[in-house]
Design a protein around this ligand. Structure first.
Ligand code: GLA
Length: 424
């Protein structure tokens, strides 16, 4: 008996050893079970370091304190925007000569990072910080992590960071391929759980998403976003062309990152703002705003705080959606969401996109009609439909063979929740 027991223990050993290795090997920090939501300055404030001429816009502790206050007082934190993430241009140009630690810019961050982190935590928010895997940060404003992974990860942990964005500038391909997993492991070894945002695939010709998803909580797959419909649409197209690959590796704890929400700035129309929010929710993208929260127009603030749309983005099934139908002028994007009925059939969030273009339809907005089963909505129990941008607009019950009509503004979207009916 004893012999058999010992034998079975021995047989289990390799399995246990593999499991242990696997735990140590991947990120598996249990974070980002839904896409992270927060704020980051880069697209809106770039690398403004001249606080004399641009005191409101420069990358400084006053910008982050102001934003922390506004995230709370303006109601963004209450709907889920909790990560306040510092992007590039926060560092001194060189490390501390005696300790080799990273230093924050003394003039723009006079109280230091620990104090700023405490301020952010004091508002009930989470604190994120930017770094680079290579020799220098992308704006060439400070040293990258090369040669200092353990020290830098520990510095961030000591500062109370909850999120690290690791960029990939000034590094070779092989350095990135070794560096991203290694920095994640260094983060794990600190014992502090930090969301790990990797820019790895963006710098890689043929990204290995299986590997990336194993080591990162989110990953930038697209170029830097700019404040325009063209940029938003270009990123949507990039996703659409690669969606099967991108979808396959995303889920709770690991998300595709198409870059920040540019809503609330200068160039997105109201319709294009709705479009970005809807598609970012369908593809389960992190919702990281980049804007000046003091000047966001009320109608855009209302969009950003639309709880129904955010619920789609944060849906607990964790299944990202995709484009299921496309023509020259229209696209339909679909995401399976909760609730699921007793037959295991999902509800869906469905975004109807009008790409615009003056020849799309001479009379704008355009009417689009489709039979639901063509979109994969095939539950015979039917679906209750609500307009997500106007939740008081209940559209009624639709069956798979019914045609669904919607009028879409140019360069805009209509966005509906199709809640699957229960089985009686
Ligand atoms: C790269 C990143 C941006 C931003 C800048 C900062 O371009 O993709 O998101 O972090 O660097 O320099």
């Amino acid at each position: 008996m004893l012999g058999t027991e010992r034998l079975s223990h021995l047989l289990c050993l390799p399995i246990w050893f593999c499991c242990a290795l696997r735990c140590i090997d991947g990120l598996e920090n249990g974070l980002a079970q839904t896409p992270p939501m927060g704020w980051m300055p880069f697209e809106r404030f770039q690398c403004t370091v001249d606080c004399i001429h641009f005191p409101r816009d420069c990358i400084s502790e006053s910008l982050f304190k102001r934003t922390a206050d506004l995230l709370v007082s303006e109601g963004y934190a209450a709907v889920g925007f909790q990560y306040l993430i510092i992007d590039d241009c926060w560092m001194e140009r060189i490390r501390d000569p005696s300790t080799q630690k990273l230093l924050s810019d003394r003039k723009r961050f006079p109280s230091g990072m620990s104090a700023l982190s405490r301020y952010i935590h004091g508002r009930g928010l989470k604190f994120g910080i930017y770094h680079d895997v290579g020799q220098q940060t992308c704006m060439f404003r400070g040293p990258g992590a090369r040669g200092h992974f353990e020290l830098d990860a520990q510095t961030f942990a000591d500062w109370g960071a909850d999120y690290v964005k690791l960029d990939g500038c000034y590094a070779t391909e092989s350095e990135r391929n070794r560096g991203y997993p290694a920095f994640g492991k260094a983060m794990n070894r600190t014992g502090r759980r930090m969301v790990y945002s990797c820019s790895w695939p963006f710098y890689t010709e043929k990204p290995d998403y299986r590997l990336i998803a194993k080591h990162c909580n989110l990953w930038r797959f697209a170029e830097d976003i700019t404040d325009s419909y063209t940029s938003v649409f270009r990123i949507m197209e990039l996703y659409r062309r690669n969606q099967e690959l991108l979808l396959a590796h995303a889920g709770p704890g690991r998300w595709n990152d198409p870059d920040m929400l540019v809503l609330g700035n200068f160039r997105l129309s109201y319709d294009a703002s709705r479009l970005q929010l809807a598609i970012w929710s369908v593809i389960a993208a992190p919702l990281i705003m980049t804007n000046d929260l003091e000047t966001v127009r009320p109608e855009i603030k209302e969009l950003l705080q639309n709880r129904e749309v955010i619920a789609v983005n944060q849906d607990m099934l964790g299944m990202p959606g995709k484009c299921v139908w496309a023509s020259k002028y229209f696209q339909v994007w679909v995401r399976p969401v909760t609730p699921v009925n007793d037959l295991g059939q999902h509800s869906f969030a469905v975004a109807f996109v009008n790409r615009g273009g003056f020849d799309a339809c001479p009379l704008c907005p355009c009417t689009f009609e489709v039979v639901l089963k063509r979109l994969g909505l095939d539950s015979l129990t039917g679906y209750y439909v609500v307009d997500l941008f106007n939740s008081s607009r209940n559209m009624g019950m639709f069956k798979p063979n019914d045609a669904f009509n919607t009028r879409i503004n140019p360069e805009g979207v209509t966005f509906y929740k199709f809640t699957v009916a229960p089985v009686y």
